[in-house]
Design a protein around this ligand. Structure first.
Ligand code: 7TS
Length: 408
C-alpha cells in the first residue's frame, strides 16, 4: 500500500525544523532523500562486511563481492536488462554519459557525422557530445521542443538523415517535468540507423523503465535521485555494443592479464569498472531498488500524477505565477518550474528557505532550454514519494505571502 504518512517515517531527515519551520523538501530532482533501510544497509556493511571486492580468497572479501554483485543483479531486474553483465557501475549519470561519449563515441563518430540531442537536455547530456564533436569534426543538432518541452516529431523525421550516428535524449525534463515519447524516438532513430542513449537520471526514479521493451541501446542513471546514496550511478548498455567497445578508464579490476607492454580486458561489466568501486554505495542502491519495488513503481508514478495534478491546480491560483511545462499531469513527472511576476527566482528561493521550504532556483543545468523559454532562471519545486498535498499548500501559501511582500 502506498501510504505517504508511513513512507515519511522511513525518512529521518524530513522530521526537522529549518528556520523554526517544519522542513518542506521540494528538491528531489537535484537529489532525493534516503530511507532508513538504505542508511542501515550501508552502516551494516561497514560494521560487518567491508573488504575489497573481487580480490580476496578470504570470507569477508567473498561476502563483500557477493553483496556488490547482488546489488547489480537487483538493478538489472529493476530495468529489465537481459543480463546483469549489461549493468555497469559508474559514479553518476554524468559519468555514464561520458563513458559512452569516450569509449563508444571516439570509435564510431567521425567528421561529418551528427549527434542529435533535444532542446530540453541537462548539460550532462550536451557537453560530452559537444566535446566529442569538437574532437572528431562531427556536429551536434537539436530536436526542437515547444515551450512545454514537447518534441516536434515532424522535425525528428527531417533531422534523422543518414549522418546521424547517435540520438541522446532525456526520458524526463529536469526543469519542465515533460516526459518525452521515448518509444517513438528510439524506434524512429533505429529505423534511421542511429544508436540511442536515453538519459534516465530523472525518468528512472519516477516511472517503471523497461530497457528491453524500449529497445534502448544505452541508459544512464544516477543512484542518488532514486533513494540511493551519492557516488553511484549506472550505465546500462546492450551487451553486443558493450562487448565491442574499448574500455573508458584503465587500471586495476578491468584487466584479465597484463604484461610489461600489453593488457587484456576483463569480461563485462568489469571491463568498464577500473579501480576499487563504490561498494557500500552499490549495496545502498540495491536496497533503494528493493524499497522502490516494495512501493511498486506504478504506485510511485500514480502518486506523482495525483500530487502534480493537485500542485498544478493549487499553484495556478497564486496571482502572478507563471507555471512552465505541460498542463496535463499524466504528461509530466514530479518537477515543476515557475516564476512569480518579475521576482528573480533566487529571491523567491531565499524567501521560501526562510519558511523552511527547500526548492532550487537558477538554470538547473539546462541553459539552452532557458534560452528557449526566454528567461535566465526559473524556480523549481520537485516532488517524490515522501511529498504530500499539505506541502503543496505550504508552498502556495508562502508564494502568496512573497508576492504581497514584494509588491508591498
Ligand atoms: N541528466 C538529467 C536529466 C539530470 O536532471 C541530471 C541532474 C543529470 C543528468 C546529472 O546527474 P548527476 O547525478 O550525474 O549529477 N539534475 C540535477 C538537477 O536538476 N538539479 O541538480 C541536479
Amino acid at each position: 500500500m502506498f501510504d505517504v504518512d508511513v513512507i515519511r517515517q522511513d525518512f529521518p531527515i524530513l522530521h526537522q525544523q529549518v528556520n523554526g519551520k517544519p522542513l518542506v523538501y521540494l528538491d528531489s530532482a537535484a537529489s532525493s532523500q534516503k530511507p532508513l533501510p538504505v542508511i542501515q544497509a550501508m552502516d551494516e556493511y561497514y560494521r560487518t562486511t567491508h573488504a575489497n571486492v573481487h580480490r580476496g580468497i578470504y570470507q569477508l572479501s567473498e561476502r563483500a563481492t557477493e553483496a556488490y554483485e547482488n546489488a547489480r543483479k537487483k538493478i538489472a531486474r529493476f530495468i529489465n536488462a537481459r543480463s546483469w553483465r549489461e549493468v555497469v557501475f559508474t559514479r553518476n549519470a554524468t559519468e555514464s554519459i561520458n563513458l559512452v561519449a569516450y569509449a563508444w563515441g571516439r570509435h564510431h563518430v567521425k567528421a561529418g557525422d551528427t549527434i542529435l540531442l533535444t532542446e530540453v537536455e541537462h548539460h550532462a547530456n550536451i557537453v560530452p557530445w559537444q566535446q566529442l564533436a569538437a574532437e572528431t569534426g562531427a556536429s551536434v543538432a537539436y530536436l526542437p521542443v515547444d515551450e512545454r518541452g514537447c518534441c516536434d516529431m515532424a522535425a525528428l523525421e527531417l533531422l534523422l538523415d543518414n549522418t546521424v550516428k547517435l540520438v541522446a535524449f532525456t526520458q524526463m525534463s529536469n526543469v519542465l517535468g515533460t516526459i518525452l515519447p521515448a518509444e517513438e524516438i528510439i524506434a524512429r532513430s533505429h529505423a534511421a540507423g542511429a544508436v540511442v542513449l536515453m538519459d534516465g537520471a530523472q525518468g528512472v526514479p519516477h516511472m517503471a523503465t523497461d530497457v528491453q521493451a524500449l529497445d534502448v541501446d544505452f541508459l544512464a542513471i544516477s543512484g542518488h535521485k532514486m533513494l540511493g546514496p551519492t557516488g553511484i550511478g549506472i550505465l546500462y548498455g546492450k551487451r553486443h555494443i558493450l562487448e565491442e567497445m574499448p574500455p573508458f578508464l584503465t587500471g586495476g579490476e578491468m584487466i584479465r592479464r597484463v604484461t610489461k607492454d600489453s593488457a587484456e580486458w576483463n569480461d563485462l561489466p568489469w571491463k568498464f569498472e577500473a579501480g576499487t568501486p563504490a561498494i557500500a554505495e552499490a549495496i545502498g542502491l540495491g536496497v533503494a531498488v528493493d524499497y522502490l519495488n516494495r512501493l511498486d513503481m506504478h504506485s510511485v508514478r500514480q502518486h506523482e500524477i495525483d500530487l502534480m495534478s493537485y500542485a498544478l491546480r493549487r499553484l495556478s491560483q497564486v496571482e502572478g505565477i507563471c507555471l512552465y511545462g505541460p498542463h496535463d499531469p499524466t504528461a509530466r513527472g514530479g518537477a515543476i518550474a515557475f516564476n512569480l511576476g518579475d521576482t528573480h527566482a533566487h529571491d523567491l528561493a531565499s524567501i521560501l528557505d526562510h519558511e523552511g521550504i527547500a526548492i532550487r532556483a537558477g538554470h538547473h543545468c539546462a541553459m539552452p532550454l532557458h534560452q528557449k523559454l526566454g528567461v535566465p532562471a526559473t524556480a523549481r519545486a520537485s516532488f517524490y514519494v515522501y511529498n504530500q498535498p499539505s506541502e503543496v499548500d505550504r508552498l502556495a501559501e508562502v508564494l502568496e505571502m512573497a508576492r504581497q511582500l514584494l509588491e508591498g
